[in-house]
Write a protein that binds this ligand. Structure first.
Ligand code: BGC
Length: 363
């Protein structure tokens, strides 16, 4: 009897073990299907159109390749971005793509990533003072500034010696490394005309620090331009404003409109921008903003996906610049996509025919 009982017991145990092994097996097959490699995407904010677009482009393209994507937006708060990245590391991300809010505030969290064997791609903005960044994917930021400067140069006929024109500048925050390039690119073209007196900056504000807009905030750009208009332009008119991006541009346009610009006897000055956001393309079509710089975020996302694939396969990512972007610790191998100017003359080809926007988006 005891033998029979023992046999039954062994039988029960064996069956249970088989079931458990079976579950384990089933579990690991399911998880190896579902558990593709994890990639974190940490974007600075949802408050600007471009980052939403960047985030969703990358998410879609990475998912197409079978990656599991953790996409987070940090609402321009550095602590939020740090804790979102920490979370991605804990959850086992193999690669994290980071559009930094403050390029100098991520050294310690990226050290954690490095120790955890997680590769880092700096997205659009360089991350400073850390050797944990493996690659950088961005647009040619110096060219962005140069394109804006050349647009003003051409429209005002500065090469032909025209002027003097009144000119002001609104650039981005001091903690975004891109701003150095945007500003320097534009000033390489425009500074000689300031020096020659063809461009006159009545506010006297010409350095990157003086022309900064914290957080790229539209309202702050507006307030600063309101003050400049009140202080320096009661009896003169402004002919051109270099705005480093579309949010600063909208702020400046609001200040100009409140001061009566945009009418037949006081036309809008030439106002630049960057990103070709929908609100700004509408402003271009209606003649309030002269131009923007189109950075096709689809091209950037494609490049980042290629970088992720290379890193996952322990290969060197494709880059086209190994000299420009020194982050204080090392020169980061970079891929620079090409920016293009967009204005009323070419927006249809560039933005609509290419499928970037639908015609109805611009209504
Ligand atoms: C980006 C611009 C953007 C700005 C504000 C910069 O770092 O390169 O495209 O307009 O941030 O978000």
């Amino acid at each position: 009897m005891r033998k029979i009982l023992a046999l039954i017991l062994v039988g029960v145990m064996l069956t249970a073990t088989l079931i458990m092994v079976g579950c384990g097996g089933a579990q690991s097959t399911t998880s190896s299907n579902e558990k593709s490699i994890k990639v974190g995407v940490s974007m600075p904010t949802k408050s600007l159109q471009r980052w939403n677009q960047d985030g969703s482009n990358m998410e879609a393209k990475l998912k197409e390749k079978g990656y599991q994507v953790d996409l987070q937006f940090a609402e321009n708060k550095v602590e939020t971005q740090v804790s979102q990245i920490e979370n991605m590391i804990t959850k086992g991300a193999k690669v994290i793509v980071v559009g930094a809010i403050d390029g100098s505030a991520l050294s310690s969290v990226l050290d954690e990533a490095k120790s955890a064997g997680c590769a880092i791609i700096a997205y659009d903005r360089l991350i400073m003072n850390t050797d944990a960044v493996n690659a950088y994917a961005t647009f040619d930021n110096f060219s962005v500034g140069k394109i804006q400067g050349q647009y003003i140069e051409e429209k005002l006929g500065l090469k032909e010696g025209k002027g003097p024109y009144n000119f002001e500048i609104a650039t981005g925050p001091l903690d975004d490394n891109n701003v150095v390039y945007f500003f320097n690119g534009a000033m390489e073209v425009l500074k000689p005309y300031i020096d020659k007196g063809q461009l006159v900056v009545k506010s006297g504000q010409v350095t990157r620090e003086q022309c900064a807009t914290p957080n790229w905030d539209e309202a702050k750009a507006q307030e600063r331009m309101d003050n400049i208009i009140t202080a320096s332009y009661t009896s003169n008119k402004i002919d051109a404003v270099l705005c480093s991006n579309d949010s600063t541009s909208l702020g400046v346009q609001s200040a100009l409109k409140s001061a009566g610009y945009g009418s037949a006897d006081k036309p809008m000055p030439i106002v630049t921008g960057q990103d070709a956001n929908i609100a700004n393309v509408k402003a271009i079509v209606s003649g309030q903003q002269a131009m923007s710089v189109f950075k096709d975020t689809r091209a950037l996302a494609d490049q980042v996906v290629k970088m992720v694939e290379a890193m996952v396969n322990k290969q060197e990512p494709e880059v086209n610049d190994t000299t420009t972007y020194n982050n204080g610790k090392k020169v980061i191998p970079s891929f620079l996509c090409k920016p293009q100017f967009v204005d009323k003359s070419n927006y249809k080809t560039l933005l609509i025919d290419s499928g970037y926007y639908k015609e109805s988006d611009l209504k």
